[in-house]
Design a protein around this ligand. Sequence first.
Ligand code: NI
Ligand code: MN
Length: 220
Amino acid sequence: MKIKWFGHAAFLLSGNNVVLIDPFITDNPSAPCKWSDINCEIICITHGHQDHFGDAIKIAKKNNAVIISNHEIAEYASQSAMVEGLNKGGSIKMKNTKITMTNAFHSSSMKETYMGEACGYIIESGAKIYHAGDTCLFSDMRLIGDAGLDVAILPIGDRYTMGIDDAVSAVALLMPKIVIPMHYDTFPIIKQNPKKFKALVEAAGKAEVVILKPGEEFEV
Ligand code: NI
Ligand code: MN
C-alpha cells in the first residue's frame, strides 16, 4: 500500500482500492495539489469540521466515489453524492477493502449544525491502517492496537487534538509498526516539531516514525 499525505489530516491510501481520508484541499495552505487532481474510489470522513470534510462532495462526484461517514454526515452528503453511513464499532466491506469506524473524542459540526460524533477508522486494504481522526489520548487505543496495526496515523498538533507527549503515549497503547504524524503545521496555531515526536517514540523503541512532507508518499 502507498500512503500519500496532502497535509493536515488528508491522506490517500492506494492499496487494494484507493481510499481518500479527510480531503481538506482547497483551503489547506499545505496542500500540494488541487482537489481535481485527486482520483479515488472511497472517501472516509472523520467528522464534520471543514478542515476534514473539505472537498469531499466535489471529489466524490468527479470520481463516482462513495463517501463513508457517520450517519449524520451521510444524510447531509447523500443530497449530492453516494454515501454509506456507519457508526462506531461497525464495519463495511467495499470491493477489497474493509473499513471499521472507531471511537474518537472530539466534536463534529458544520455551520453550527450537529453532525454526529467524531470518529477514527481502521482501513484494511492490503495493509492495516489506523487513522485516529481528531482526538485526545484515550486508553481504549490499546484495544484498537490489539487488532495488530501496520501503520497508525496520529494527530500531534495540540490545541484541538492531542499534542506530542500524548501522541507518544498513544503509540505505546497502539503498538503499530509505523507511525505517521498529522494535523500539525497547517496553521501557526498547531505548529509542532515532528522530529521531537520521532525522537521520543523511537527512543522508547515502540515504533518507527515516518515524517512525510505534504505531497510525499510512503510505501508499506
Ligand atoms: Ni476537528
Ligand atoms: Mn481538525
